[in-house]
Each structure stands twice: as structure tokens, then as C-alpha cells.
Design a protein around this ligand. Structure first.
Ligand SMILES: NC(=O)C1=CN([C@@H]2O[C@H](COP(=O)(O)OP(=O)(O)OC[C@H]3O[C@@H](n4cnc5c(N)ncnc54)[C@H](OP(=O)(O)O)[C@@H]3O)[C@@H](O)[C@H]2O)C=CC1
Ligand SMILES: CC(C)CCC[C@@H](C)[C@H]1CC[C@H]2C3=C(CC[C@]12C)[C@@]1(C)CCC(=O)C[C@@H]1CC3
Length: 345
């Protein structure tokens, strides 16, 4: 009997990918590339703006008219939106193969050019271009749920989404050989010293973005400890520096366009200068083609690019303490419970 179910699953199952923040930038290009690699894949574009989501679906259907693309409204900065989106997703799919936790934001109010020029002629130049550390003046605000916006948008909204979708992930979906990959769009700006578990929302610091990206890496490791036994695997990716609405929020598009030759030159020393969403999405696509159980749960996968503009995937060891990861997840579980008590009475 079990054999029959397994056989049936292989024969009838088209892969399902859910991508948050899929209407633009890296998420949108990833959707295009997943479709190119497997035209039978079923795509769910989880977007906070329904019109933008529909426009993205329309653009994707232009090159592949027969594909199964569906838009769901999801704002990761609101737990009620996450609950509603998860319910709709579970009504449509009985198993998710790839859950891309990609939506993200940072609010930059200025660039510290003084620090930039000083850094340019110092030994920290490579680190500065890779991580952007110390260069960006950021701000954050509080969401309607009472949480720090960058933390909730980038991290917590996705954590709640995973919890809500648990019963369509891995073998918890009832498919004996069902496997799921959780793929986080992290960043080279993920810096351990910017994260404090006592202040995991980063209420007090001045680099909420780096803190949120490090929290992601920690959670990814923690999820592997908790969920690998259910065939659920989690990995974090760094797309490099990519020209998208996020970078156009830091400096105007014309500036980046003028800087492109410089960014290309920098590739001799800094392979994370991926620049295009095609290059930046390389590791995200690559992960979907791997056997996740063979990947090291402590590895981070980096989209990088050669001087000849050829993208490739590099790996980096994270060395995150699993106990620390479990502690952070327990904090998030507590927060999750308190919000559920508020909204799901
Ligand atoms: N660009 C870069 O250099 C790098 C980017 N990253 C990460 O890549 C990911 C994608 O960003 P990128 O493509 O660059 O930037 P974009 O701004 O182009 O894309 C971000 C996506 O996230 C969505 N989004 C933002 N806030 C929310 C929210 N509250 N709920 C749901 N969706 C939301 C945006 O929706 P909308 O269009 O409605 O704003 C958009 O679809 C982010 O996590 C970012 O941190 C990591 C390293 C480098
Ligand atoms: C002449 C220009 C190339 C100078 C640009 C200086 C800085 C604005 C940038 C240098 C490194 C960049 C960087 C990011 C933003 C812009 C820089 C600070 C990110 C923080 C963007 C978001 C990420 O996730 C990681 C990026 C690391 C590098």
C-alpha cells in the first residue's frame, strides 16, 4: 500500500514553488528561471501588492502561456496577512517542494561617504564592498503588530509562514517521500556582531538589516536541527550586490548605471558584485536542483560572478551554534504564541 502511494506521488506530482516578494527583483527573475528550468513547475507568487503580483504573473505567462501561476496576497510585516495567505496556499496545494523566503526590505536614509573614502584606501576595502558595513545610515519603524518592521518583514513573517505551512511541508504533508526545501534570501551583510539575542528585533542598534539577515542564517540552521527528520531542509543564500528596487532605494538608478563599469572591474577582487538579477538568483536556482539531504546544514550558498560575467555558486561555512539557534527559535515561538493569542482567539 505504501509503495503504491509513493509511486503515485512520483507519477502525478508537479513540483510546487512558493516565492515571497516574487513581483520584482531577484524573486521575479527566480520565478522566470524556475519556469525555464522546469515548465511543469507550479508557481505561487506571494506578493504584498495584488496588482503588482498579477502584473508579474502576466509577464511570466507571456513567455510560457500554459504554466500554472497563482498570486496570493502576502505581507510579511503583518501576521494576520501571513495567516490568511497560508490558509489560501494550503487550500490550493497539498505539498510544497520549494518555499523561497525572499521578500525583504531595508530603509536607507543616507550613505556615509566619508567612511567610504577612508575605507577605499584601507585594508577593510574588500570587506566594505562585500558587506557594506558602516556605509549605510538606516531607519526602522514599528509595525501594526508592534514589532520592528525590518525584523518582522525579513525574518519573523517568514518564520510564522513556515509554521503555518508545516503540514504541507516534507513528509508532514502525508507524502511518505515528500521533501521540501526552505530557501532564505540572506545576504553578505549578515553580520554576527550586529545581532544580539537579547535584542533580536534590533530595537536598540543602528543596523537592523544586517541583524535581520544574521537572524535568518541562525534560524536556517535551527530549522535543520528541528525539521530534517521530516524531510524539511533549510538553506541560506547570498545573492551578492544586485541592482534592484532595494539598491535603488540606497542610491538613484542613474548612479548605479554609471557605476556599472566600476562594479565590473571590482569583480577581479570581489566576486559578489553580481549586479544583475540573473547572476544574483544563481544560487537560489541551483539549490532547487540539489539533493538537499546531501548539503551541509551549516553551509551558506553564494551567487558569485567571474570577471567574464559567468555566474557560479560558492559555499561558505556559517559555524552557527545549534543551541543558540534553538534559543532564538524559542524566543520566536513565544512571540508567535502571543500574537496568535491576540489575533486567533
Ligand atoms: N539587491 C541586493 O543587492 C541584495 C538583496 N538581498 C535580498 O534579496 C531579497 C530580494 O530583494 P531584491 O530583489 O534585491 O529587492 P526588491 O525590492 O526588488 O524586491 C523585494 C521584494 O520583496 C517584497 N517585499 C518587501 N516588503 C514586503 C512585505 N512586507 N511583504 C511582502 N513582500 C515584501 C517587495 O514587494 P514590493 O514590490 O511590493 O515592494 C519585492 O517584491 C531581499 O530579501 C533582500 O534583502 C540580499 C543581498 C543583496
Ligand atoms: C561607486 C559605488 C560602487 C559605491 C557604492 C558604495 C555603497 C553604497 C555600496 C558598497 C557595498 C554595497 C553593498 C550593499 C549596498 C550598497 C553598498 C553599501 C548591500 C548592503 C545591499 C544589500 C545587501 O544585502 C548586501 C549589500 C552588500 C554590499
Amino acid at each position: 500500500m505504501v509503495m503504491d502511494v509513493k509511486k503515485n506521488f512520483h507519477q502525478t506530482h508537479s513540483k510546487v514553488a512558493v516565492i515571497t516578494g516574487a513581483n520584482a527583483g531577484i524573486g521575479f527573475t527566480l520565478a522566470e528561471r524556475l519556469l525555464k528550468a522546469n515548465h511543469k513547475i507550479r508557481l505561487c507568487l506571494a506578493c504584498r501588492n495584488y496588482d503588482k503580483g498579477q502584473a508579474a504573473a502576466k509577464a511570466l505567462k507571456e513567455s510560457s502561456p500554459d504554466v500554472d501561476i497563482w498570486v496570493v496576497l502576502l505581507d510579511t510585516s503583518s501576521v494576520e496577512s501571513v495567516y490568511a495567505a497560508s490558509k489560501a496556499i494550503k487550500e490550493r496545494y497539498d505539498h510544497i517542494d520549494y518555499l523561497y523566503l525572499n521578500a525583504g526590505m531595508m530603509k536607507v536614509t543616507g550613505v556615509d561617504w566619508h567612511y567610504f573614502w577612508k575605507g577605499l584606501f584601507s585594508s577593510r576595502v574588500f570587506f566594505m564592498f562585500t558587506t557594506g558595513e558602516g556605509l549605510l545610515k538606516q531607519e526602522d519603524n514599528v509595525t501594526n503588530d508592534g514589532l520592528q518592521n525590518v525584523f518582522q518583514t525579513n525574518v519573523f513573517g517568514h518564520y510564522v509562514l513556515i509554521k503555518e505551512l508545516e503540514d504541507v511541508l516534507g513528509n508532514l504533508s502525508g507524502k511518505p517521500d515528500g521533501t521540501s526545501q526552505l530557501i532564505w534570501t540572506s545576504s553578505s551583510a549578515s553580520l554576527e556582531h550586529k545581532f544580539d539575542i537579547e535584542d533580536f528585533q534590533h530595537k536598540k542598534g543602528n543596523d537592523p538589516y544586517s541583524s535581520s539577515k544574521f537572524a535568518m542564517d541562525v534560524i536556517s540552521v535551527g530549522l535543520n536541527s528541528r525539521m530534517n527528520k521530516f524531510n524539511i531542509f533549510s538553506h541560506a543564500v547570498c545573492p551578492g550586490l544586485v541592482m534592484t528596487n532595494l539598491t535603488y532605494g540606497i542610491l538613484p538608478q542613474w548612479f548605479w548605471t554609471l557605476s556599472l563599469p566600476l562594479l565590473w572591474l571590482l569583480r577581479f577582487f570581489v566576486p559578489s558584485m553580481t549586479s544583475t538579477t540573473d547572476n544574483g538568483s544563481e544560487a537560489l536556482l541551483w539549490l532547487s536542483q540539489q539533493n538537499p539531504s546531501a548539503l551541509d546544514p551549516q553551509s551558506k550558498f553564494l551567487s558569485e560572478v567571474s570577471v567574464l560575467n559567468k555566474p557560479f555558486v560558492a559555499t561558505k561555512q556559517m559555524n552557527i551554534d545549534p543551541d543558540k539557534a534553538e534559543r532564538l527559535m524559542q524566543e520566536l515561538d513565544r512571540l508567535d504564541l502571543s500574537l496568535r493569542a491576540r489575533y486567533k482567539k
